[in-house]
Design a protein around this ligand. Structure first.
Ligand code: ATP
Ligand code: MG
Length: 442
């Protein structure tokens, strides 16, 4: 959508400001949501400034299809609410107004400013902003945003894009650049480090050097972010259609360690290449399903992300003398409990994750009535898919998955034959690949 020859009409105001006209940026109203255009019109008619901003404008300029459009305005939350009957204020850290326009919900934010020592803005000891409701001008708002490409303001009334931070040029150059001093901005909100990596995977852009440099060093700050916010951010990272492309960048910037510490260790260990492959296959599978418009569940993704830890503990507990199913059940509990301190998985998902894992032992049992009862398990499909992933990753040899593939489509007589084909003594765990003894690191 960019013109090959960049031509802008720079205007010098009190801060740097570029105005990019429509003939260069090429944004058309047919590409925008009618709800957000209407919200802007109403705000502007009431005398407020209002723009489209954020990911929607960025994605349009990159020729991608935006998933939503955010509105930024000079109107205060209560003033916005007065103008729109169907609206409500949400958020504590940042107040946002959700405005309903037909079937759409438009996020409307008031321009944010910065005011040191203000009661409305509070940072904790590591520099993290815990409260941030200082209002400002559109210029103030621009410099409070995370990356330059996310701070472009489009005014539908005159079709102009306003750029206060050089975001338009950065987008053209394919560069993700943080606004201001990188370390300070990551300290204010460590999630910005995850967002940086997310945009590499999603948009195929590169991190500018000073934007990338502090991430590895500051990645432990993610431990200070609330585990429930991290759950949401991880889904945006790994379950939004670009997980497979994003994951390697999480590792490059050492962001896996604070989020999935055990998985990080086992992958770094490098002993079991199949763990790496299992995660890659799960992410690729998730991306494909999403891109085909199919549903996905966070449970499957998390089942894969934490599997290395479960699998290791399962082995260890069995070696310590626990029965196979019991060892797996303990490994599941330990893994879920341990990781809850980093990323809070809602109960409805953790129940399913455990079921997917526990099915891995059930699927091995193929005598008598066991296969039929396993087949009736509400999570059979997910457990079976997970087994196939384990086989494809090379963790266990193929065979069991194929048996279950056939069993599902077989009639009664064929099922009896399939059960009979399983040798009594083969009703046991599939052989593992030999590997070094696991050394636990502290
Ligand atoms: P996506 O397309 O994935 O939604 P996005 O950039 O629109 O990407 P949102 O979370 O919808 O992401 O945020 C909207 C805008 O709000 C961003 O473009 C950015 O300008 C600003 N923003 C979001 N999160 C932060 C943050 N942690 N710090 C500063 N600004 C932020
Ligand atoms: Mg967005």
């Amino acid at each position: 959508m960019f013109s090959l020859f960049k031509k802008k009409s720079p205007q010098r105001m009190d801060v740097f400001k570029d105005v990019i006209s429509q003939e260069f940026h090429g944004i058309h109203h047919r590409d925008l949501s009618s709800g957000s255009l209407r919200v802007i019109e109403i705000l502007q008619q009431a005398g407020y400034e209002a723009y489209l901003v954020g990911g929607g404008i960025r994605d349009l300029l990159l020729g991608k299809h935006p998933k939503d459009f955010d509105v930024a305005t000079s109107a205060k939350p209560a003033e916005i609410q007065k103008l729109f009957r169907k609206s409500r204020i949400i958020g504590r850290r940042f107040q946002i107004v959700h405005v309903r326009m037909g079937a759409e919900i438009i996020e409307v934010t008031t321009f944010r400013g910065s005011a040191e020592n203000s009661k409305l803005q509070q940072a904790n000891a590591s520099g993290m902003l815990v409260r941030d409701n200082v209002f400002g001008t559109v210029e103030d708002d621009a410099v409070r945003r995370d990356f330059t490409m996310n701070a472009l303001y489009y005014n539908p009334a005159n079709h102009e894009v306003l750029d206060f931070v050089g975001g338009y040029d950065d987008l053209e150059d394919g560069v993700i650049r943080i606004i201001g001093d990188a370390e300070t901005r990551y300290r204010e909100d460590p999630v910005r480090m995850l967002r940086a990596v997310r945009f590499i995977g999603k948009l195929g852009l590169e991190l500018e050097e000073a934007t990338a440099e502090p991430i590895q060093r500051l990645s432990p700050l993610l431990r200070d972010v609330s585990p429930s916010r991290l759950f949401d951010e991880i889904l945006k990272l790994l379950q939004a259609g670009h997980g497979d492309a994003t994951f390697p960048h999480l590792r490059i910037h050492d962001l896996l360690r604070p989020l999935f510490p055990q998985t990080h260790e086992l992958l770094e260990d490098g002993d079991d290449a199949h763990y790496e492959e299992l995660i890659h296959l799960a992410l690729r599978n998730t991306d494909t399903r999403l891109n085909e418009g199919k549903s996905v569940t966070p449970a499957f993704l998390y089942a894969a992300m934490h599997w290395p830890q479960v699998h290791r503990r399962w082995d260890e507990l069995e070696a310590e003398g626990h029965g196979r199913s019991q060892a797996l059940a303990i490994a599941c509990s330990e893994t879920l409990d341990f990781n809850q301190q980093f990323i809070a998985i809602p109960k409805r998902f953790s129940i399913t994750i455990r079921e997917i894992w526990e099915l891995q032992a059930k699927l091995e049992k193929r005598h008598g009535r066991r296969p039929d009862s396993t087949l009736e398990h509400p999570r059979f499909r997910a457990g079976y898919d997970f087994l196939l992933l384990r086989e494809r990753s090379g963790e266990i040899p193929g065979g069991l998955g194929e048996w279950w593939t056939q069993y599902q489509i077989a009639d009664d007589a064929q099922r009896r034959d399939l059960i009979a084909s399983v040798k009594e003594d083969s009703d046991e765990p599939p052989k593992r690949r030999p590997r070094r003894k696991y050394q636990r690191r502290d």
